[in-house]
Design a protein around this ligand. Structure first.
Ligand code: 4AD
Ligand code: MG
Length: 460
């Protein structure tokens, strides 16, 4: 008999012959004449109701099957007399594949997300995390589909790198040197005997290599893990997270914002249309009004505001901020959220930031004070996309790198891309976990990534 998923059984009207289904027992209610098993295999939120009559051989044993056990059940699917489920499975045979006992941590009662984080190896079997990770998987496919439909080339940029894309120095070192006895010359570690014969790290972004590919294929994107050793213990920062980074040659900041908006709204529509059951769950259990909020974003154009204008709003704000506000300072999360939640009340692109607070590769504007940067801010999450038009002029880029202390010798290949056939180009990075937080209403980044890595936490 073929292996059938619970989701497919629940969609069918009933079966003419016997079916076989496997999964884990969510709950079991046993009476004198009948036992009810709620069976889940992760394919859908709702469990399959299995009915085992007392006439079944081994009925007493069935009644003792513990929550969390893995079982395979054969039986006949029939219309269910119970409310809220179209069909149920009348069992002919219940086989325990892997037993569990009462020490199984995911018993019926509702657990806090904090507790579930301590059992990250089991939490995918819970309702909320089942929904989050189904949505995450579906969304990843949608990301690829969006770019495939627009004929963007998918490029796998390296994970181990010798360059710091964001220039912020928040990188994890990759080395095979013995930490107890590293080779030292003149008081400094001699990396020439290290694996790559130079200092190497985990990448913070695939952008620099992405730009090289954009200069050959015009439109490209990367979608992969990125790593940041920033020691910020917030609900929006992870040390390992996934980023989607498109890059377009022959494109400016407006083209970039247009793509970002189209992409973002496409992904909103995707989950509304393709993850309806899980989205309804998030709307009722995680954030009331979520569906309405996501629908509105899918349907309405985004606003655009210059950094300078945002500063004027913030300076006039009738609320106190923890961090100071003035032209030239970077925006903190509280400022971003004030702009997007109170002023715009929806997603907004902030553009043209002061050059001092942005990365070296951003294109200098004619005012000599700002760069062609573009951040997308959204309610609840704050910054969700960071992007820019890139500095394509070799002389200005070299100057900027020298000014910001970026090693022009190490990045000779990046400068080369401005030497022969340089083009105006632009791109952005969307944080995949922040997107999932936005679309599910989940408030901690640790709860939207299967096995979160954060400061002092990488156990599983
Ligand atoms: O603004 P960021 O640092 O931009 C870049 O890395 C550029 N190279 C992107 C590009 O233009 N190709 O990061 C982009 C996005 C942020 O807006 C945020 O959504 C997410 O990545 N992000 C993080 N997400 C989780 N944890 C962290 N520590 C993050 N840091 C950035
Ligand atoms: Mg940023």
């Amino acid at each position: 008999m073929p292996r059938i998923r619970v989701a497919d059984l629940l969609k069918s009207k009933g079966s003419s012959g016997p079916v076989k289904v496997s999964g884990w027992v969510r709950t079991l209610r046993a009476g004198k004449d009948v036992a009810f098993i709620a069976l889940s295999d992760g394919s859908t939120l709702a469990p399959l109701q299995v009915v085992a009559e007392s006439s079944l051989p081994g009925f007493a044993g069935i009644c003792r099957i513990a929550t969390g056990s893995a079982v395979t059940i054969t039986g006949t699917l029939r219309e269910s007399p119970a409310q809220g489920q179209p069909v149920e499975l009348a069992a002919d045979n219940v086989e325990v594949v892997g037993s569990a006992d009462e020490s199984y941590p995911l018993q019926k009662k509702r657990h806090t997300f904090e507790y579930l984080r301590t059992i990250a190896h089991l939490r995918p079997r819970s309702n909320t995390f089942g929904a989050v990770f189904r949505l995450r998987s579906s969304l990843a496919h949608a990301v690829h589909r969006f770019f495939e439909e627009r004929r963007f080339l998918y490029v796998h940029t390296p994970i181990i790198t010798a360059s710091d894309c964001e220039g912020a120095g928040e990188m994890f070192r990759v080395t095979t040197l013995d930490p107890l006895v590293p080779p030292v010359i003149d008081g400094a570690v001699d990396f020439s005997s290290d694996f790559f014969a130079q200092p190497a790290s985990l990448t913070v972004s695939g952008q620099l290599e992405g730009e090289l590919f954009a200069q050959a294929f015009r439109d490209i994107y990367t979608f992969g893990p990125t790593f940041r050793a920033e020691n910020s213990n917030t609900t929006r920062h992870a040390s390992e997270f996934w980023m989607i980074e498109p890059e377009m040659a022959f494109a400016d900041l407006i083209d970039d914002a247009r793509l970002a908006e189209e992409f973002f709204r496409y992904l909103c529509r995707h989950v509304l249309e393709n993850c309806a059951e899980d989205m309804a769950f998030f709307d009722s259990q995680i954030e009331k009004g979520l569906l309405e909020r996501v629908r509105k974003v899918a349907d309405s154009p985004f606003e655009m505001m210059e950094y300078s204008e945002a500063i004027r709003y913030l300076e006039k704000a009738p609320v106190p901020f923890q961090f100071p506000v003035s032209w030239g300072l970077d925006l903190q999360s509280e400022h971003e959220r004030y702009i997007t939640e109170q002023i715009v009340q929806g997603p907004v692109f902030l553009t043209n930031y002061p050059k001092e607070i942005k990365a070296f590769y951003m294109r200098q504007n004619d005012d000599n004070r700002t760069v062609a940067a573009m951040d997308l801010l959204v309610p609840k999450v704050g910054e969700i996309i960071g992007g820019s038009q890139r500095e394509e002029r070799l002389d200005l880029l070299t100057l900027k790198m020298n000014d910001s202390g970026v090693d022009t010798k190490a990045l000779w290949w990046y400068l080369d891309s401005r030497r022969w056939g340089s083009t105006p180009h632009a791109g952005f990075g969307l944080g995949f976990e922040r997107l999932i937080m936005y679309l599910t209403g989940m408030e901690n980044i640790r709860d939207v990534i299967p096995f979160p890595r954060t400061p002092r936490h990488a156990e599983f």
